[in-house]
Design a protein around this ligand. Sequence first.
Ligand code: 6LJ
Length: 160
Amino acid sequence: NMAAASSNSVLFVCLGNICRSPIAEAVFRKMATDMGVADKWRIDSAATSTYEIGNAPDDRGQACMRRHGVAMSHTARQVTKDDFVTFEYILCSRQRSRRSDLKKKAKSVKNCNAKIELLGLYDPQKQLIIKDPYYGSDKDFETVYEQCVRCCKAFLEENS
Ligand SMILES: N#Cc1ccccc1-c1cc(NCCCN2CCCCC2)c2ccccc2n1
């Protein structure tokens, strides 16, 4: 019998795609793998800005993920119009009100299928915003990591 080919897709987005969204992507991928459902998921991350296109994740984030034993490997890219069509979920770190607003971009896409939501919406501890740690400390990256763990766990459980 044919196994159900149920497939899901999630794109994590933040400003530069070198701090928050690659951590969220890597945490989610590990959880899906540990749950044995990674082959059902298309998982990726992207930036709203062009600031860091082509760059590896921030060194402080890489150090944080190594401490937690979570593999992370990503090259920053900017979100594309196609992402709004092909991803089921686009989960962002905060509703950027200025220039690179995802909702504005989504409006310019004819058949936007993606549900665009705040990743923080899934946090049992209700920390809605995952703050940009770019000008922060290792502790701020730790906070980003803990928030991503809580949110990704809840999101995966809700969509499994
Ligand atoms: N912007 C802002 C901002 C505001 C508040 C807190 C953090 C940031 C901030 C700043 C960054 N790069 C420095 C400015 C980049 N240049 C800005 C003008 C155009 C040419 C590029 C980041 C880079 C990667 C990931 C997150 C970042 N986040």
